[in-house]
Design a protein around this ligand. Structure first.
Ligand SMILES: [Zn+2]
Length: 277
């Protein structure tokens, strides 16, 4: 079974925006082709023609139980009131996490503005995913996106689970330590490349992931995710195929950890039952 815990329905070429239906059809086509059972769709911190709101995405995937939304929050406009609507979606099983975008927006994760969001996550037992590392946009400010910043929120909010997105890339070692030290911190391996992996970089990254596990990061803290459509699903599966890890750990990383952390129902598969791998 495969759960992709980090992908988007955004369109990054904003001058020619396809409809959300078209983006969804493309996602399902890619999932079927790559035999991905379930995926978490992360909404953005901003709403534009190419970046649909959490409400729009929740409505669009209402009859697609193999898709679950992670609600992106906007630092500049955030009001605790908006958590009321998200609570309904959480109750309905359509939203299973929050996402913050430090670096893309100028704030540190421990900013007091987010206290209601962290308390909400603790109450509803949903994780908070935090962007870390390189920003896709040159307008981002990297100091806010360093994975070490996640250590602070993890300590201050011990009842909340946090996900360091993109393994903090390129600060992978710092990410390792934060995940190793904090039982409530996980990391996803999404977005490590644009499109396909370049051979040399793929070798380098495989070494990084192996090192992370040898360093003492428990395999239950590592999550499979791609950041599609930024990264290619095919390329990510190839990356995992060549990774020398025991079967049991592979199953954990590819699906089991995400099912547990996000509280997903393993019966919801786009691919169908009895064909798990
Ligand atoms: Zn992403």
């Amino acid at each position: 079974m495969i759960v992709d815990c980090h992908l988007h329905l955004n369109n990054y070429e904003e001058n020619q925006v396809p409809t959300l239906d078209k983006c969804l059809a493309r996602l399902e086509h890619e999932m079927r082709r790559n035999r991905i059972d379930q995926a978490l769709v992360l909404t953005s911190y901003t709403v534009t023609p190419g970046r649909p709101s959490t409400r729009t995405v929740v409505e669009a995937i209402r009859d697609k139980p193999y898709l679950t939304v992670i609600a992106g929050l906007d630092y500049t406009k955030f009001q605790p009131d908006e958590l009321v609507e998200i609570a309904d979606y959480v109750q309905a099983g359509k939203v299973r996490g929050l996402k913050l975008y430090p670096g893309y927006q100028p704030f540190y994760p421990l900013d007091p503005k987010w206290t209601p969001a962290f308390e909400f996550a603790g109450l509803h037992k949903i994780p908070v995913m935090i962007h870390t590392g390189d920003t896709y946009s040159p307008k981002g400010k990297l100091k806010y996106a360093h994975p070490l910043n996640v250590d602070e929120v993890a300590v201050e909010f011990p009842d909340v689970n946090f996900v360091i997105c993109h393994m903090g890339n390129p600060w992978i070692r710092d990410c390792m330590e934060v995940v190793y030290k904090n039982a409530n911190v996980y990391t996803d391996m999404s977005g490590l490349t644009l499109g396909e992996f370049e051979d040399r970089f793929e070798v380098f990254l495989r070494k990084q992931v192996s090192e992370m596990l040898s360093y003492g990061v428990e395999p239950d803290a590592l999550l499979y995710g791609t950041d599609w459509p930024i990264s290619s699903m095919d390329s990510y599966l190839d990356f995992m195929k060549e990774l020398a890890i025991p079967q049991k750990e592979r199953r954990m990383i590819m699906a089991e950890n995400a099912i547990e952390l996000y509280g997903l129902d393993r019966g919801n598969s786009l691919i169908g039952n009895g064909k798990r791998r």
